[in-house]
Ligand binder design. Structure first.
Ligand code: ADE
Length: 254
Protein backbone atom coordinates (compact mmCIF):
# COMPACT_ATOMS: atom_id res chain seq x y z
CA UNK A 1 0.00 0.00 0.00
CA UNK A 2 1.76 3.19 -1.15
CA UNK A 3 1.77 6.13 1.22
CA UNK A 4 -0.31 9.23 0.51
CA UNK A 5 0.96 12.50 1.99
CA UNK A 6 -1.50 15.19 3.02
CA UNK A 7 0.30 18.49 3.12
CA UNK A 8 -1.45 21.40 4.84
CA UNK A 9 -0.42 25.03 4.54
CA UNK A 10 -2.02 25.99 7.86
CA UNK A 11 -2.28 24.20 11.23
CA UNK A 12 -6.04 24.89 11.34
CA UNK A 13 -6.43 22.69 8.24
CA UNK A 14 -4.53 19.82 9.80
CA UNK A 15 -6.07 19.65 13.28
CA UNK A 16 -9.06 17.44 12.69
CA UNK A 17 -7.17 15.19 10.26
CA UNK A 18 -4.68 14.42 13.03
CA UNK A 19 -7.60 13.63 15.39
CA UNK A 20 -9.13 11.29 12.80
CA UNK A 21 -5.88 9.39 12.18
CA UNK A 22 -5.85 5.71 13.21
CA UNK A 23 -2.65 4.12 14.58
CA UNK A 24 -1.24 7.65 14.80
CA UNK A 25 2.49 8.02 15.24
CA UNK A 26 4.19 11.40 15.72
CA UNK A 27 7.67 11.78 14.23
CA UNK A 28 9.95 14.81 14.44
CA UNK A 29 12.38 15.24 11.57
CA UNK A 30 14.15 18.21 9.96
CA UNK A 31 12.58 20.51 12.57
CA UNK A 32 9.11 19.45 11.46
CA UNK A 33 6.35 17.28 12.89
CA UNK A 34 5.01 14.42 10.76
CA UNK A 35 2.01 12.27 11.64
CA UNK A 36 1.90 8.76 10.25
CA UNK A 37 -1.17 6.50 10.40
CA UNK A 38 -4.16 5.30 8.40
CA UNK A 39 -7.25 7.14 7.16
CA UNK A 40 -10.09 5.42 5.30
CA UNK A 41 -7.86 2.36 4.85
CA UNK A 42 -4.95 4.30 3.29
CA UNK A 43 -1.45 4.64 4.70
CA UNK A 44 -1.03 8.39 5.12
CA UNK A 45 1.46 10.89 6.44
CA UNK A 46 0.36 14.39 7.45
CA UNK A 47 2.64 17.42 7.48
CA UNK A 48 2.57 21.21 7.53
CA UNK A 49 4.29 22.58 4.43
CA UNK A 50 5.90 25.57 6.11
CA UNK A 51 5.53 29.00 4.51
CA UNK A 52 7.32 29.84 1.26
CA UNK A 53 8.88 27.77 -1.49
CA UNK A 54 12.05 26.60 0.29
CA UNK A 55 10.21 25.42 3.42
CA UNK A 56 7.66 23.59 1.27
CA UNK A 57 10.39 21.98 -0.85
CA UNK A 58 12.19 20.69 2.26
CA UNK A 59 8.97 19.25 3.68
CA UNK A 60 8.13 17.60 0.35
CA UNK A 61 11.60 16.07 0.03
CA UNK A 62 11.30 14.65 3.56
CA UNK A 63 7.85 13.23 2.76
CA UNK A 64 9.27 11.40 -0.25
CA UNK A 65 12.72 10.38 1.04
CA UNK A 66 11.88 9.52 4.66
CA UNK A 67 8.19 8.60 4.59
CA UNK A 68 7.93 6.95 1.15
CA UNK A 69 5.13 9.23 -0.10
CA UNK A 70 4.19 8.33 -3.69
CA UNK A 71 1.17 10.66 -3.91
CA UNK A 72 0.99 14.12 -2.36
CA UNK A 73 -2.14 16.22 -1.90
CA UNK A 74 -1.81 19.83 -0.76
CA UNK A 75 -4.50 22.04 0.84
CA UNK A 76 -4.27 25.73 1.69
CA UNK A 77 -5.50 29.24 0.94
CA UNK A 78 -4.72 31.53 -1.98
CA UNK A 79 -5.34 35.00 -3.33
CA UNK A 80 -7.75 35.15 -6.28
CA UNK A 81 -6.19 36.60 -9.46
CA UNK A 82 -8.55 35.44 -12.22
CA UNK A 83 -11.31 37.96 -12.99
CA UNK A 84 -14.09 35.74 -11.65
CA UNK A 85 -12.22 34.04 -8.81
CA UNK A 86 -13.86 35.36 -5.64
CA UNK A 87 -13.26 35.04 -1.91
CA UNK A 88 -14.89 31.78 -0.77
CA UNK A 89 -14.30 30.07 -4.13
CA UNK A 90 -12.01 27.08 -4.36
CA UNK A 91 -9.28 26.48 -6.95
CA UNK A 92 -7.96 23.04 -7.86
CA UNK A 93 -4.56 23.30 -9.55
CA UNK A 94 -4.04 21.79 -12.97
CA UNK A 95 -0.55 23.22 -13.19
CA UNK A 96 1.81 25.60 -11.42
CA UNK A 97 4.47 28.18 -12.22
CA UNK A 98 6.83 30.29 -10.10
CA UNK A 99 5.90 33.92 -10.71
CA UNK A 100 9.09 35.20 -9.06
CA UNK A 101 11.45 33.02 -11.13
CA UNK A 102 13.30 35.22 -13.62
CA UNK A 103 16.56 34.06 -15.19
CA UNK A 104 15.52 35.82 -18.41
CA UNK A 105 18.96 36.77 -19.63
CA UNK A 106 19.65 33.02 -19.78
CA UNK A 107 16.25 31.38 -20.31
CA UNK A 108 12.64 32.45 -20.87
CA UNK A 109 11.05 34.38 -18.00
CA UNK A 110 9.37 32.09 -15.40
CA UNK A 111 11.24 29.02 -16.67
CA UNK A 112 13.19 27.24 -13.94
CA UNK A 113 16.55 26.64 -15.67
CA UNK A 114 17.04 22.95 -16.46
CA UNK A 115 13.32 22.16 -16.76
CA UNK A 116 11.52 21.66 -20.10
CA UNK A 117 8.60 24.04 -19.56
CA UNK A 118 7.39 26.98 -17.47
CA UNK A 119 4.27 25.22 -16.20
CA UNK A 120 4.66 22.13 -14.03
CA UNK A 121 1.64 19.88 -14.44
CA UNK A 122 -0.21 18.24 -11.58
CA UNK A 123 -1.05 14.54 -11.89
CA UNK A 124 -4.22 14.28 -14.05
CA UNK A 125 -5.81 11.27 -12.27
CA UNK A 126 -5.12 12.57 -8.75
CA UNK A 127 -6.34 16.03 -9.79
CA UNK A 128 -9.56 14.59 -11.23
CA UNK A 129 -10.24 12.77 -7.95
CA UNK A 130 -9.45 15.92 -5.94
CA UNK A 131 -11.69 18.03 -8.17
CA UNK A 132 -14.61 15.62 -7.70
CA UNK A 133 -14.09 15.61 -3.90
CA UNK A 134 -13.89 19.43 -3.92
CA UNK A 135 -17.10 19.87 -5.96
CA UNK A 136 -18.93 17.44 -3.68
CA UNK A 137 -17.70 19.21 -0.52
CA UNK A 138 -18.33 22.78 -1.66
CA UNK A 139 -21.83 21.94 -2.85
CA UNK A 140 -22.66 20.24 0.45
CA UNK A 141 -20.89 22.59 2.91
CA UNK A 142 -21.38 26.07 1.47
CA UNK A 143 -25.04 26.32 2.48
CA UNK A 144 -24.03 25.51 6.09
CA UNK A 145 -21.52 28.38 6.33
CA UNK A 146 -22.59 31.63 7.99
CA UNK A 147 -21.30 33.91 5.19
CA UNK A 148 -22.70 37.18 6.66
CA UNK A 149 -20.65 36.63 9.84
CA UNK A 150 -17.63 36.86 7.51
CA UNK A 151 -18.88 40.09 5.95
CA UNK A 152 -20.10 38.31 2.82
CA UNK A 153 -23.50 38.06 1.18
CA UNK A 154 -25.86 35.46 2.65
CA UNK A 155 -26.64 34.19 -0.84
CA UNK A 156 -22.97 33.70 -1.65
CA UNK A 157 -22.58 30.67 -3.94
CA UNK A 158 -18.94 29.58 -4.05
CA UNK A 159 -17.52 28.35 -7.36
CA UNK A 160 -14.96 25.61 -7.92
CA UNK A 161 -12.31 26.46 -10.55
CA UNK A 162 -9.59 24.31 -12.12
CA UNK A 163 -6.49 25.75 -13.77
CA UNK A 164 -3.15 27.49 -13.31
CA UNK A 165 -1.88 28.69 -9.91
CA UNK A 166 1.22 30.88 -9.50
CA UNK A 167 3.53 30.65 -6.47
CA UNK A 168 6.18 33.04 -5.19
CA UNK A 169 7.87 34.13 -1.98
CA UNK A 170 5.67 37.15 -1.52
CA UNK A 171 2.20 37.74 -0.09
CA UNK A 172 0.52 39.74 -2.88
CA UNK A 173 -1.52 42.43 -1.17
CA UNK A 174 -1.85 45.41 -3.49
CA UNK A 175 -4.16 45.85 -6.47
CA UNK A 176 -1.20 47.21 -8.45
CA UNK A 177 0.95 44.16 -7.88
CA UNK A 178 -1.80 41.68 -8.64
CA UNK A 179 -2.76 43.58 -11.84
CA UNK A 180 0.85 43.51 -13.08
CA UNK A 181 1.17 39.83 -12.19
CA UNK A 182 -2.05 38.88 -13.95
CA UNK A 183 -1.40 41.03 -17.03
CA UNK A 184 2.21 39.91 -17.54
CA UNK A 185 1.31 36.23 -17.20
CA UNK A 186 -1.79 36.55 -19.38
CA UNK A 187 0.09 38.38 -22.13
CA UNK A 188 2.44 35.38 -22.30
CA UNK A 189 -0.51 32.97 -22.55
CA UNK A 190 -0.65 31.96 -18.88
CA UNK A 191 -4.18 32.65 -17.66
CA UNK A 192 -3.68 32.47 -13.90
CA UNK A 193 -6.46 31.81 -11.38
CA UNK A 194 -4.76 32.31 -8.04
CA UNK A 195 -1.52 33.11 -6.23
CA UNK A 196 0.04 31.50 -3.16
CA UNK A 197 3.50 30.83 -1.76
CA UNK A 198 4.32 27.10 -1.91
CA UNK A 199 2.56 24.92 -4.51
CA UNK A 200 4.98 25.37 -7.42
CA UNK A 201 7.88 24.29 -5.21
CA UNK A 202 6.02 21.12 -4.22
CA UNK A 203 5.19 20.49 -7.89
CA UNK A 204 8.87 20.86 -8.82
CA UNK A 205 10.09 18.41 -6.15
CA UNK A 206 7.35 15.94 -7.12
CA UNK A 207 8.40 16.24 -10.80
CA UNK A 208 12.02 15.52 -9.79
CA UNK A 209 11.00 12.33 -7.98
CA UNK A 210 8.18 11.20 -10.29
CA UNK A 211 5.67 11.52 -7.44
CA UNK A 212 2.01 12.29 -8.22
CA UNK A 213 0.85 15.70 -6.99
CA UNK A 214 -2.50 17.49 -6.67
CA UNK A 215 -3.47 20.70 -4.86
CA UNK A 216 -6.57 22.57 -3.75
CA UNK A 217 -6.71 26.14 -2.41
CA UNK A 218 -9.58 28.09 -0.86
CA UNK A 219 -9.57 31.74 -1.98
CA UNK A 220 -9.12 33.89 1.15
CA UNK A 221 -8.54 37.28 -0.52
CA UNK A 222 -8.33 38.99 -3.90
CA UNK A 223 -4.58 39.67 -3.59
CA UNK A 224 -5.31 43.39 -3.41
CA UNK A 225 -5.47 46.24 -0.92
CA UNK A 226 -9.25 46.15 -0.53
CA UNK A 227 -10.86 45.57 2.85
CA UNK A 228 -9.67 42.18 4.00
CA UNK A 229 -11.89 39.75 5.82
CA UNK A 230 -10.83 38.63 9.22
CA UNK A 231 -8.26 36.12 7.93
CA UNK A 232 -8.22 33.86 11.00
CA UNK A 233 -11.99 33.71 11.17
CA UNK A 234 -12.13 32.89 7.45
CA UNK A 235 -9.56 30.12 7.85
CA UNK A 236 -11.40 28.58 10.78
CA UNK A 237 -14.91 28.92 9.33
CA UNK A 238 -14.30 28.15 5.67
CA UNK A 239 -10.81 27.04 4.64
CA UNK A 240 -10.17 24.55 7.46
CA UNK A 241 -13.63 23.05 7.04
CA UNK A 242 -13.23 22.65 3.27
CA UNK A 243 -9.72 21.22 3.62
CA UNK A 244 -10.83 18.64 6.18
CA UNK A 245 -13.96 17.56 4.28
CA UNK A 246 -12.24 17.54 0.87
CA UNK A 247 -9.44 15.29 2.18
CA UNK A 248 -11.94 12.83 3.71
CA UNK A 249 -14.05 12.73 0.53
CA UNK A 250 -10.93 12.37 -1.61
CA UNK A 251 -9.48 9.47 0.41
CA UNK A 252 -12.85 7.69 0.49
CA UNK A 253 -13.05 7.95 -3.29
CA UNK A 254 -9.66 6.29 -3.98
N1 ADE B 1 -2.16 33.11 0.26
C1 ADE B 1 -3.39 33.60 0.49
N2 ADE B 1 -3.54 34.82 -0.08
C2 ADE B 1 -2.35 35.10 -0.69
C3 ADE B 1 -1.86 36.21 -1.39
N3 ADE B 1 -2.64 37.28 -1.61
N4 ADE B 1 -0.58 36.18 -1.85
C4 ADE B 1 0.19 35.10 -1.61
N5 ADE B 1 -0.21 34.03 -0.93
C5 ADE B 1 -1.47 34.02 -0.46
Amino acid sequence: MSTIAILSALPQEQGSLVSALQHAEKITHAGRTFWRGTLHGHAVVLALSGIGKVAAATTTTALIECFGARRIVFTGVAGGLGANVQVGDVVVAQDYLQHDMDASPIVERWLVPGYPQIRMACDPALTEALLAATRFTVERDSSQIDWPSLGMEARHVPQVHAGLIASGDRFVSTAGESAVLRASLESAGHAVLAVEMEGAAVAQVCADYGVAFAAVRTVSDRADDGAHLDFLQFVETVAARYADHVVHAFLKSL
